[in-house]
Design a binder for this molecule. Structure first.
Ligand code: SAH
Ligand code: SF4
Ligand code: F3S
Length: 439
């Protein structure tokens, strides 16, 4: 940090998914290397950056309300630098400048590693829009990471799928896999700094296809290699597409001790007709077979998923097929969404389900998923699991960490330090966390 160069302070607000969180950490690293320091509060910052999300309409609208506030501030404080990065920036481009003329910089996600170059243009008095397709360069700045124990590492950018409801391919661009050597180097660096758990990131991470000096690398080969990095104790990856779960990746869940027994594998719907209209490329039955094979490889695997209620033209019977699939699989965790029509997507052309019906289906989905989630957590009582401790808890002597299945765990004991991975026995299940004793 070179705060003495006195560029002032920055504030970053991040919306959306882990991809955005990881991009924000890298952009914070760039700002600090330029001489900015983190502001104490948003309204005091000299540079405000919103890293935005447009996956659903409410995510996009939230950004405009935040921006309105800052635009007003800029009218009395012309030295304020206002930046919109991420997916709304990519989607709206120049039209954002028309909507909010106070903006200095509008930059798509592929430009995150170029923040310094773009800000240099802003400093020369330009209003800059950077949304053209861009080959993502390896970044040389060190990310300013929120945690020093659990970290994110991007392995693939973009998405080549064409799910008919989704804006991601149009805002994140085509898939670009990082080099396996570069990923391994980054992981070794993180291990040397004391990181214990790494999540490999991509919108469709199991489409990873790296070209190394010795040939092709899929995600399974990458995981096997990264599991050899000394000091890293836990690996996971997100988000994966059911169709890209190949044999080797399934086997890796059985072979690799460091690969956590938690898998986020979104299915969206349990109805074949809807899956087809979503262009997901598999049936409900395919998904169920896949889950069986994964559980054969790793019996204690905890599964999580995403569901969309009220996709255009979804009938009550089709919605109930989703509930049936959920009952069959029994998920440990789930993210439920009401369908939101996105401009430019094929599904937006189809007739929507009535709003009240959508609300009702979402509510029923949530009730079922919450009860499964609670049962999965209660089911841990009496079991022995690993916990990676991150920070002291609220009670004296208490420590908080995450279990192998990503449950929050509280332990009260002497001699625990952040970054310790310990075996515990779960003693009780609370509202959102487990209590346990050290073994
Ligand atoms: N790449 C990931 C997910 C990306 S977006 C995957 O393919 O699984 C995260 C989740 O948001 C999706 O899984 C989906 O459930 C939800 N989502 C995406 N577009 C949506 C839309 N238009 N309306 C409602 N939910 C949506
Ligand atoms: Fe969107 Fe589908 Fe790509 Fe996921 S796989 S990001 S849902 S297009
Ligand atoms: Fe949102 Fe962009 Fe992620 S639209 S979900 S921030 S890829």
């Amino acid at each position: 940090m070179t705060a003495e160069s006195g560029r002032g302070s920055y504030w970053i607000t991040t919306f959306g998914c882990q991809m955005n969180k990881a991009d924000s950490e890298r952009m914070a690293g760039i700002l600090e290397s330029m001489g900015y320091r983190e502001a104490q509060a948003e309204l005091e910052a000299d540079l405000v950056l919103y890293n935005t999300c447009t996956i659903r309409d409410n995510a996009e609208q939230k950004v405009y309300s935040y921006l309105g506030r800052q635009a007003q501030r800029k009218r009395t404080n012309p030295n304020l630098t206002l930046v919109v990065a991420g997916c709304v920036a990519q989607q709206e481009g120049e039209s954002l400048l028309r909507r909010v003329p106070e903006l200095d910089l509008v930059m798509g996600p592929q430009h995150a590693n170029r923040l310094d170059v773009l800000l240099a243009q802003v400093e020369q008095g330009q209003q800059v829009v950077a949304t053209e397709e861009h080959h993502i360069l390896e970044d040389i700045t060190t990310a300013r990471r929120d945690s020093s124990i659990c970290g994110w590492v991007n392995v693939i950018y973009g998405c080549n799928e064409r799910c008919t409801y989704c804006v991601v391919p149009s805002v994140r661009g085509k898939e670009q896999s990082r080099l396996p050597e570069a990923i391994k180097l980054e992981m070794e660096g993180l291990a040397a700094q004391g990181f214990k758990e790494i999540t490999l990131l991509g919108q469709n991470v199991n489409a990873y296809h790296g070209v190394g000096f010795d040939g092709d690398w899929g995600l399974a080969r990458l995981l096997r290699e990264l599991a050899k990095v000394d000091g890293l104790e836990r690996l996971r990856y997100t988000t994966s597409h059911p169709r890209d779960m190949d044999d080797d990746l399934i086997a890796a869940h059985g072979d690799l001790d460091k690969l956590m027994p938690y898998l986020h594998l979104p299915v969206q719907s349990g109805s074949d007709r809807i899956l087809k209209r979503m262009n997901r490329g598999h049936t409900a039955e395919d998904y169920l077979r896949l889950i069986e094979r994964l559980r054969d490889a790793r019996p204690d695997l905890l599964l999580s998923s995403d569901f969309i209620a009220a996709f255009p033209e979804e009938t009550e019977a089709e919605f109930e097929e989703t509930l049936d699939l959920i009952r069959t699989v029994n998920f440990g965790m789930a993210y439920t969404f009401k369908y939101s029509s996105r401009p430019g997507t094929p599904a937006a052309e189809r007739p929507d389900v009535a709003d009240e019906i959508g609300d009702d289906r979402l509510r029923r989905l949530q009730i079922l998923c919450t009860s499964q989630q609670r049962a999965a957590q209660e089911n841990m009582v009496g079991k022995e699991v690993g916990v990676l401790f991150e920070k002291p808890g609220r009670q004296p002597g208490q420590f908080v960490g995450k279990s192998d299945h990503l449950h929050a765990v509280h332990v009260t004991a002497e001699g625990i330090a952040p970054g310790d991975l310990r075996r515990v026995r779960v003693t009780a299940s609370g509202t959102n966390s487990l209590a346990a004793d050290l073994l």
